[in-house]
Design a protein around this ligand. Sequence first.
Ligand code: SAH
Ligand code: F3S
Length: 494
Amino acid sequence: MTKDPYAFNGTPLTEEISPANTGDLSNEKDSASKTQKQFYIESYGCQMNFSDSEIVASILNQEGYKLTETLENANLVLVNTCSIREKAEQTVRKRLELFNGLKRKNKDLKIGVLGCMAERLKHKFLEEEKMVDIVVGPDAYKDLPNLLQEAEAEREAVNVILSKEETYGDIAPVRLAANGVSAFVTITRGCDNMCTFCVVPFTRGRERSRDPKSILGEIAQLAEGGYKEITLLGQNVDSYLWYGGGLKKDFSKATPLQRKTAVKFSNLLELVSKAQPSIRIRFSTSNPQDMSLDVIHTMAKFDNICNYIHLPVQSGSNSILKKMNRHHSREQYFELIDNIRKNIPDCAISHDMIAGFPSETEQDHQDTLSLMEYVKYDFGFMFAYSERPGTLAAKKIEDDIPEPTKKRRLQEIIDLQRTHSEYRTRQFIGKTVCVLIEKSSKRSSEFWSGRTSQNTVAVFPKEKYKVGDLVDVRIEEVTSATLIGTAIGISSSI
Ligand code: SAH
Ligand code: F3S
């Protein structure tokens, strides 16, 4: 229905993860001689992982490694992994088996695991499975040069230390798989929310925010480079809080001056919006419990902040929300939705939903469906519950919903979402929308593909327009996921 933030290349909603080699396609990079150190990197999971791979690429470039997108040319193969659901981990294991097959032919090849699986499984990869040479957690990428040397010397190369400070604010990411139009900019790392089903707080550590100066600097560079849209990234962006550094949880120890000059997410949005009025601004992800009215008002005030909120709810049942340790009720969520609609009438809203959380009854499931009826989300990312070792849910609540029941409930959620997505896209018929052109459409090379402010994909005949143009498009037909129309001119809006 739209680009899935957990499966980078727009895979179908129920598919968990799609491999995406983030390699740059330029020949220049691939034509490096065989003696040149070359790395190949594959990324799985959330947008943050894709963004992190750009930081890794920057660090390796400094070490003299060139990016290759041909696996066989690489001396170093890296896989940036995801632990969010069991299937995501299985996908990565299969890839590691394939990489090990290559290693049998090329003894000098080094294999590295990055990201959440590295953090979760730590030394296990080296000790028990002997599948990899390097294991690096999400906060330890600056140690890669040292770890590479260790691996060369056949010593154990593991760093899974989680940091209180690391935000990689001083590293200029190498834009991988870039369309030159839209880019991710990380603003927070880690998560303090401890939703009982979620492995992220364990793999990405405590929450910390990045210095607004460094964020503004990165965005200014992107603007200079011709980028037209940025997405501010974090596990929980609304919880952004800069008070001079340090963990979010230590804000209680901040000095009076630090408190007075602290920058909240709504302040950051305003700063970015004013600094770059011709850049479109998106953000992801918003946790309902942390989204303030200030953020909604700031969105309403600035045209270049896109009218789209990804607002995962996970369940429509109050008793399940409580067991998930989500700090809001169904009624509070409705209040938030009402406030969004009142202040930003054409705002698109998307969700994440989990079917079959332990102890979920048919009534709980019906509550989820009725919540969806109330909101009529534009898009959704929907998953069957997958127990993750070490999480509070795994420790305390038995995974007691049979797989067929989980699957059936998930299918009902997906089917309902499809009708709502169709309802939403149909509202665009006959209207003119502003579309930022990103690439050629997959359906036809004669068509451009881009997105509206609401994050809905729109396609239209190419004519004289080019990638990066903001174009007014009159919408003539729709599917549940795509608007189809004709361009009527360069847009004066954003
Ligand atoms: N705040 C994060 C959420 C990360 S997890 C972000 O920035 O996107 C992404 C989604 O995966 C969650 O919202 C949830 O719907 C789903 N998810 C997380 N843990 C899960 C589990 N154990 N089983 C099934 N789905 C899960
Ligand atoms: Fe996970 Fe909940 Fe944080 S879903 S990333 S613990 S907001």
